[in-house]
Design a protein around this ligand. Structure first.
Ligand SMILES: *Cc1c(COP(=O)(O)O)cnc(C)c1O
Length: 392
């Protein structure tokens, strides 16, 4: 594009969104085929998608479900989480990963996070295990693998929230999702692949699959008639329309992941001049991040919300990411959680913003975000350190 091209200039001025799915002809074709077949659910696309997804992450099987949240819910039920049990998890996550325990009248027990990886602190998680603990629910936050080896030494059943981690690799090698535990992926439109709404549960124990497949479908076993039910179930199915979309997205997964990797590299370079910012941690050992979002931590004392507003005024989308779960109103009022209990999580959460990140982001868009951040950081007034974040 030449500098004098008015179209190019117009495009570069357009707002930069936080996320943008890659959807094209193959997705349109795949969906059209299902529409024309007349079989919109419980058809052939769901098992095809499940087989392709399981193969991709090296799992024995996959079960397609209506969302990441419903997948986590069924996974917790499968490992035996019930009334009065405790589920040890992280307060630095999307709220769904803790809510699913509450659906079963179990208690989410939070432990603080590692300041570098931002994943739950595995030593603290191990120390929190007691006779009521029914499951550990680590989240591979922002696609970076949690310390699985340490969690596994507790012997407690594990459900992995891998909703942000498609394409990631564990610290001891192996694709995230292929470890044998139940692991859940989500396909909302900002994830590595999308089905609009949707998710899968992958795993290694066939008994878990039997139960999950039945419970997502009103408690019906595969060999049973339409209106026969042998256990309590839900409607957590994923339609054939969505599964067809998922198959088309899987076909281009390598390119989607490579695109995210490329943009992360561009940011790493473009933001190197802003040493005040804390960038996502680098891969360590064999661990590989499955790039999902680009989250930076602002320096202490900077008004995070003012930064977001000013970026917005420049046409750059940004969001606080994540707000600490234990400090949301429902958790404070229901469980009595309060500020000060998980200081690392609170400090990180007070300073973290997600900036635009998607596979086809251009160099120009990355440069514009970086320049915008630099300008906004320079013009935002500072208060002194920690006091500011705690006062909010
Ligand atoms: C996206 C996501 C989920 C699942 O979200 P759904 O919208 O239910 O698919 C769960 N946990 C985390 C950490 C997520 O980012």
């Amino acid at each position: 594009m030449s500098a004098g091209d008015p179209t190019a200039r117009g495009l570069s001025e357009a707002p930069v969104p936080l996320a943008q799915p890659v959807l094209g002809e193959p997705e349109e074709q795949a969906v059209l085929e299902v529409l024309r077949s007349g079989q919109l659910s419980l058809g052939p696309r769901a098992p095809e998608f499940e087989r392709a997804f399981a193969a991709r992450v090296g799992a024995r099987y996959a079960s397609a479900v209506s969302s990441g949240t419903t997948g986590l819910h069924l996974a917790l039920r499968a490992v035996g989480v019930r009334d009065g049990a405790e589920v040890i998890t992280t307060p630095f996550s999307f709220v769904a990963s803790a809510n699913v325990a509450i659906y079963e009248r179990a208690r989410p027990v939070f432990v603080d996070i590692d300041p570098v990886t931002l994943n739950l602190n595995a030593e603290e998680a191990a120390a929190a295990v007691n006779e009521r603990t029914a499951a550990l629910l680590p989240v591979h936050v922002f696609g970076y693998p949690a310390d699985m080896a340490r969690l596994e030494r507790t012997g407690v059943p594990i459900v992995e929230d891998a909703c942000e981690a498609l394409g990631g690799v564990y610290a001891d090698g192996g694709t995230i999702g292929g470890r044998g535990h139940l692991a859940v992926f989500g396909f909302y439109a900002n994830k590595q692949i999308t089905t609009g709404e949707g998710g899968v549960v992958v795993g290694g124990d066939p008994e878990f699959k039997e139960r999950i497949d039945s419970e997502r479908n009103q408690g019906r076993a595969p060999n049973m008639d339409w209106l026969d039910h042998d256990r309590l179930g839900f409607n957590y199915r994923l339609s054939d329309i969505a599964c067809a979309l998922g198959l088309a997205q899987l076909e281009r997964l390598d390119a989607l992941l490579a695109g995210r990797e490329r943009v992360a590299g561009l940011y790493r370079e473009a933001l190197a001049d802003l040493p005040e910012l804390t960038l996502p941690c680098e891969n360590h050992g064999q661990a590989r991040r499955g790039w999902f979002v680009y989250v930076v931590q602002l320096p202490r004392g900077v008004d995070r919300d003012a930064v977001i507003t000013q970026l917005g005024a420049r046409g750059i989308a940004a969001k606080p990411y994540f707000p600490a779960i234990h400090l949301t109103r429902f958790y404070r009022e229901t469980f009595g959680y309060r500020r000060g209990q998980f200081p690392v999580c609170e400090d990180v959460s007070d300073r973290s913003i997600a900036i635009p990140f998607f596979p086809r982001m251009s160099e120009g868009q990355v440069a514009r975000v970086a320049a915008g951040l630099a300008a906004v950081l320079q013009s935002t007034p500072r208060t002194s350190g920690r006091l500011a974040s705690h006062a909010r």
